[in-house]
Design a protein around this ligand. Structure first.
Ligand code: SAM
Length: 286
């Protein structure tokens, strides 16, 4: 496809030209290994029919690999210096694909479909680590056209997202991600593929959208608020963890029984189905 990928020399060159001093706050670790970006694209399964939303394209490493395979790429980058250089990088390294590339300077935490020139079908991103979970959940919630998401995140966060009920790492991200569909951990990535090298290992997570509970924002908000309440005090039983949410402990107990959930159980034992039922019972009682 006539696409060239960025190696260590190109990454160093671009960073020097732009005077980039990578910030931790924006999670700026750039991949300088062509094999890694190829592997991410292969794992994502995107093809010529896909419009890919890439969050945080940075210097363009993953962007170029995506352009070699996907139909179109729309990138959302918060850093105007990086966003401003991308069209030139694409023109240089993937001249035949430049027409199928757009970059939008925006915050992925708040970006909405109206901000993009097309509706994306797949999210593929090496996410900024400190905001990875909120960005992923925001995009799954507000971009219903996204059928799949394949993201690179901190290894621990990947574990947490993919964990099932009863596991040590199961928590709010695991339950909320499952609200949208199937979640799978798929692959580890070492620290040495990045410049600068982060202190932590990375991992890949994949979400395949199923929307088993529909796409109504109110249903989602009601369900997510029970989840937040249940995990706010992880060591407590549901009866006491949900006292404030329900109004009182006896009221919480009543709602839990009505939803068919043992009030003495801890939130980490329950699946997304249980939380959906609980929110429905509470909504009907109101
Ligand atoms: N995709 C590039 C790569 O793989 O080399 C860079 C990945 S780097 C881990 C994360 C990127 O996300 C940086 O370019 C950073 O500027 C950008 N970023 C950080 N916070 C963001 C936000 N809230 N919205 C959009 N982009 C953001």
């Amino acid at each position: 496809s006539g696409v060239r990928l960025l190696g260590p020399t190109e990454i160093r060159g671009l960073a020097a030209e732009l005077g980039v001093r990578p910030t931790k706050q924006l999670g700026q670790n750039f991949v300088h290994d062509p094999n890694t970006v190829r592997r991410i694209v292969a794992t994502s399964g995107v093809g010529p029919d896909d419009v890919v939303l890439e969050v945080g394209p940075g210097l363009g490493s993953l962007t170029l690999a995506l352009l070699a395979t996907a139909g179109r790429v729309v990138a959302v980058e918060i850093d105007p210096v990086l966003a401003g250089r991308l069209p030139q990088t694409i023109a240089e390294f993937a001249p035949e694909r430049a027409a199928d590339f757009d970059v939008v300077t925006a915050d992925a935490m708040t970006v909405l479909p109206a901000d993009l020139p097309v509706a994306p079908t797949a999210l593929v991103a090496n996410l900024p680590y400190n905001v990875a979970v909120p960005v992923l959940l925001h995009l799954m919630a507000h971009f219903p056209t996204l059928n799949t998401a394949l993201v690179m995140v901190q290894a621990e966060v990947a574990d947490r997202l993919a964990a099932g009920p009863g596991s040590r790492t199961y928590g709010v991200p695991s339950v909320k991600a499952r609200y949208f569909g199937d979640v799978k951990r798929s692959g580890a990535i070492g620290r040495n593929v990045f410049w600068p090298e982060p202190k932590i290992e990375s991992g890949l997570v994949r979400i395949d959208r199923r929307d088993p509970y529909g796409t109504d924002p109110e249903h989602r908000a009601a369900t997510f608020s029970v989840i937040d309440a249940a995990f706010a005090q992880r060591r407590k039983t549901m009866r006491s963890a949900l006292a404030t949410w329900a109004g009182s402990a006896p009221r919480a107990e009543e709602l839990l029984r009505e939803a068919g959930i043992d009030p003495g159980v801890r939130g980490e034992r329950l699946g997304v189905d249980d939380y959906v039922r609980l929110a429905a019972v509470a909504g009907a009682a109101r």
